[in-house]
Design a protein around this ligand. Structure first.
Ligand code: NAP
Ligand code: HSE
Length: 420
């Protein structure tokens, strides 16, 4: 029998306990042993969770329990979770976590500490989709050319409802929180940080890149407005928050931001809490992974799969997929300034003679070629200019936005969305 201790019995932890109970027959048959939850840690012992496991508010009671074989960390946060996992590893427990924020900062230290001890984290990226398994094992014969996709269920749920039903940003964020999709601090979701944490984990497995969130371009969906959504619909685009990793010679570009993506693309059709990730390998070509990206049961499905793997073998493959460093073709992070893209801009201007000519002059001065331009009346005596560009370089666009902002007839900082 394998005994499990769960640190954090909230949305995901509760589902882990329930799946291990509800599906005990198939789990035991696949693992070859029974897997039972012995105890769990919570902050608030007075809350009724309807579970028949021992609960404590003392982490040490679980991580120091000699009967526990596997510690499952589902408390969230970074530093406190790091201490918990460190203690568990030190006590020779196998560890499973769904904590992408922890891994975004400490994955290499944890790999070092774990050594050959089992340390699994399938649920940390894209909830129930086995993307870590696919990338680390199924595609291990390939150089990975790109990874691109929807990696945050909350944002995708919100953008879908805002686009299809016109639901307000605040109302739909509250709904995503009530459904258990959002992080404890939802600014991690809407600010793009959660997707960035996941992208960094995937980039380590694909490219051996040790980047931190501070090193990469991260933007969220907070500035996307109904004007942008209308523009997108009119020109055949969907707006999605995407994580993008792309290899270009010896550099890798890593970025998370809202994107305008053609409605014909498969990823544009992925709606609601679903995640979808495309991985292109040099030998296999494009592969696509789709499924629920958040929510208790979907996420716990991946956590339990990791526990079953541990019960079967007792140890992991190299945690981040590389047994030794990638010599010879070491990849480095591409500077954000050098990203190439097409861009969409929304510029709110005072509606008066000569404005358009001055705006297009700023475009020309920065080497940026306009593809389409629309003018829509906004509040009194002002208008929104909705502009898309041909391919341009990020640093030119950023410079142009700064110059536009300084013009006396530009009413607010222009909003920019990259077009994929
Ligand atoms: P949650 O519902 O907020 O649950 C967190 C649990 O941890 C709660 O039971 C909480 O106790 C407990 N906890 C937090 N800090 C603690 C502390 N210092 N000492 C003892 N217990 C503590 O969070 P969740 O949604 O289940 O997410 C858990 C982890 O999974 C996070 O890392 C998250 O990023 C990740 N994840 C979540 C999802 C999802 O869809 N929800 C998907 C993928 C990954 P109380 O209940 O008493 O407050
Ligand atoms: N808050 C995350 C999301 C949970 O919405 O995708 C899954 O990692």
């Amino acid at each position: 029998m394998i005994k499990v201790g769960i640190v954090g019995v909230g949305t995901v932890g509760t589902s882990v306990v329930q799946i291990l109970r509800d599906n005990a027959d198939v789990i035991s048959a696949r693992a070859g042993v029974d897997i039972v939850v012995k105890s769990g840690v919570v902050r608030n012992l007075n809350k009724d969770r309807g579970l028949d496991i021992i609960l404590t508010d003392d982490v040490d009671e679980v991580v120091n329990d000699s009967e526990i074989d596997v510690v499952v960390e589902l408390m969230g946060g970074v530093d406190e979770a790091f201490e918990v996992v460190k203690k568990a590893l030190k006590n020779k427990k196998a560890v499973v976590t769904a904590n992408k924020a922890l891994l975004a900062y400490y994955r290499y230290e944890l790999q070092e500490m774990a050594g050959t001890q089992a340390f699994e984290y399938e649920a940390s990226v894209a909830g129930g989709i086995p993307i870590i398994n696919a990338l680390r094992d199924g595609l291990s014969a390939n150089h990975i050319e790109s990874i691109m996709g929807i990696m945050n269920g909350t944002c995708n749920y919100m953008m879908t409802k805002m686009t299809n039903e016109g639901v307000s940003y605040d109302a739909i964020l509250k709904e995503a929180q009530d459904l258990g999709y959002a992080e404890a601090d939802p600014s991690f979701d809407v600010g793009g940080y959660d997707a960035a944490h996941k992208l960094l984990i995937l980039a380590s497995i694909a490219y051996g890149i040790d980047a931190k969130p501070e090193d990469i371009l991260i933007e969220g969906i907070e500035n996307v407005s109904s004007d942008d959504i209308e523009f997108a619909k009119e020109f055949g685009y969907a707006i999605k928050l995407l994580g993008i990793a792309k290899k270009d010679a010896n550099e890798v570009e890593l970025r998370v931001h809202a994107c305008l993506i053609s409605q014909d693309e498969m990823i544009a059709k992925i709606d609601g809490v679903m995640n979808g990730i495309s991985v292109v390998g040099d030998k296999v070509g494009e592969t696509l992974y789709y499924g629920a990206g958040a929510g208790g049961d979907a996420t716990a499905s991946a956590v339990v799969a990791n526990i079953i793997d541990i019960a079967r073998s007792g140890k992991s493959a190299p945690m981040l997929g590389f047994d030794k460093p990638l010599e010879g073709s070491k990849l480095t992070l591409k500077s954000t300034d050098n990203i190439n893209s097409k861009y969409y801009l929304r510029v709110n201007v005072s509606d008066r003679a000569g404005v358009l000519a001055k705006i297009t002059k700023v475009f020309e001065d920065n080497n940026i070629s306009v593809e389409t331009m629309l003018q829509r009346p906004s509040f009194e005596n002002s208008a929104n200019l909705l502009i898309s560009t041909h391919i341009a370089i990020e640093k030119d666009i950023q410079n142009m936005i700064k110059e536009l902002e300084l013009l006396d007839f530009v009413n607010s900082k222009p909003v920019m969305i990259r077009i994929v």
